[in-house]
Design a protein around this ligand. Structure first.
Ligand SMILES: [Cu+2]
Length: 433
């Protein structure tokens, strides 16, 4: 014989039994800790990549900016083979702040052929962060479109008792379309307190080939130089990038020095009537990072020097001018009616212009200081000073040749204080003449 107990009856029985039990033996609960992640008041980065995530793309990426192509809100202007220009929500160039190892670079070339990310080899990337839109003051602010923070690999030190640690890596790739070949290598030797690291990469490529003919002519503007109708002219490039770093660690103090050297003998631009025929960047970056009872202090001093030369490359017309041979190049239709320029004389006139060479020298010197208090982790105070000297420009065409060399000195002082201090300031002084 079985009895069914109504659920309401069972509930009331349990409730009253609890009252009786509680009256007899008072229960004292253990301490209950409730934890939750504190909301970050500052905007988080839209995307962040580390060396491991980047490693999988090194085999087919020659252009560091291409690593950002899948980041929401980021698009890339395809320019030279290794100099894509990132745009965040449609804003690019000087509307973005791009920091490389804490250094603020801008393109020295007036055509922005050498953007900051082009100075990094993809295999040297340690971390890559994108702030699309609002940028936290902790990374400097001062950008309308957003900020890109690229850092090379952080120095590694041997574990206690490990002795000397040595590691290295070598890689390479080959792409058949444009005969692109690249090699990269890194090596480091470290003790518990000292690290020396080299990273480098070489890449070289010819013009790439389209899926089929996309034009109905073979000429390039240079007599005797033609291109197949499926070959995209002015897409070849060659780069050589080297970075040597030293780091010294003692207790809570770290001192780093990094020396960078990049040479680009050639990078041609299919979207510009101009090509980069030589670009050399030398940079030196000295950093101190210390941890104290009150927080941390980061100080940095750096200098970048760029020598830039651009002119019409091999796949573009070199002789221009409205006159007819022998003193003119042949005008728009060329001396032969096929658009080819005539090597006329005397050069440097309206009727006969031999290319349009432009040289730019620039030197950027920067200092920044960033104390961070651990007592109020939302406060980040930074003081940065940038001094920029941009050199001179000369050219072959009369309008440019007539320009006097341009010297530009820019002094920027920026002080940034976090949201709790609710104040920020930026002072920029530009002098040209
Ligand atoms: Cu240029």
């Amino acid at each position: 014989m079985s009895h069914r107990v109504h659920p309401l009856v069972a509930t009331m029985a349990l409730a009253f039994s609890g009252v009786v039990l509680a009256q007899g033996n008072p229960q004292v609960m253990d301490t209950v800790n409730v934890t939750a992640k504190r909301e970050t008041p500052l905007p988080n980065s839209t995307a962040a990549m580390n060396a491991v995530e980047v490693a999988g793309q090194r085999a087919y990426v020659s252009d560091t900016a291409q690593l950002l192509r899948d980041v929401p809100g980021v698009s890339l202007y395809g320019a030279g083979g290794v100099s894509s220009l990132p745009a965040i929500h449609g804003l690019a160039d000087d509307r973005l702040r791009i920091k490389v190892d804490g250094m603020d670079f801008i393109a020295s070339c007036p055509n922005h052929m050498n953007p900051p990310l082009s100075y990094l080899n993809p295999n040297s990337i340690g971390t890559l962060k994108v702030y699309a839109g609002i940028t936290p003051v902790s990374v400097g602010g001062d950008s309308i479109g957003g900020t890109i923070i690229a850092n090379t690999l952080a120095p590694e030190f041997a574990a206690s008792g490990q002795g000397v640690m040595a590691k290295g890596e070598i890689g390479g790739y080959y792409r058949s379309n444009n005969k692109a070949i690249g090699v990269n290598a890194s090596a480091s030797v470290a003790t518990e307190n000292f690290n020396v690291t080299y990273t480098g990469g070489l890449s070289k490529a010819d013009n790439y080939t389209a899926g089929g003919d996309f034009k109905n002519y073979d000429g390039t503007g240079r007599a005797g130089h033609t291109l197949p109708r499926d070959e995209v002219g002015s897409t070849a490039y060659e780069t050589r990038t080297h970075t040597l770093g030293f780091a010294l660690k003692g207790g809570n103090h770290l001192v780093e020095a990094k020396i960078g050297y990049q040479e680009v003998p050639e990078q041609l631009y299919p979207n510009q009537r101009m090509d980069m025929l030589d670009n050399t960047q030398k940079r030196f970056n000295l950093r101190y990072l210390g941890q104290f009872d009150w927080g941390s202090l980061e100080a940095r001093a750096y200098q970048e020097k760029v020598d830039h030369y651009m002119d019409f490359g091999a796949d573009k017309r070199f002789w221009y001018g409205s006159g007819m041979p022998p003193t003119g190049s042949g005008g728009m239709m060329g001396y032969d009616g096929k658009g080819n320029g005539y090597p006329c004389s005397p050069a440097g006139t309206v009727a006969c212009a031999n290319g349009m060479p432009m040289y730019t020298e620039s030197k950027t010197t920067g200092f920044n200081l960033r104390p961070m208090s651990c007592l109020a982790s939302r406060i980040s105070c930074a003081l940065a000073v940038y001094i920029r000297v941009t050199g001179w420009m000369t050219g072959g065409l009369p309008p440019v040749a007539a320009c006097t060399p341009v010297h530009l000195t820019t002094l920027t002082m920026a002080s940034v204080i976090g949201p709790l201090c609710s104040a920020s300031g930026n002072l920029a002084i530009t002098r040209s003449g």
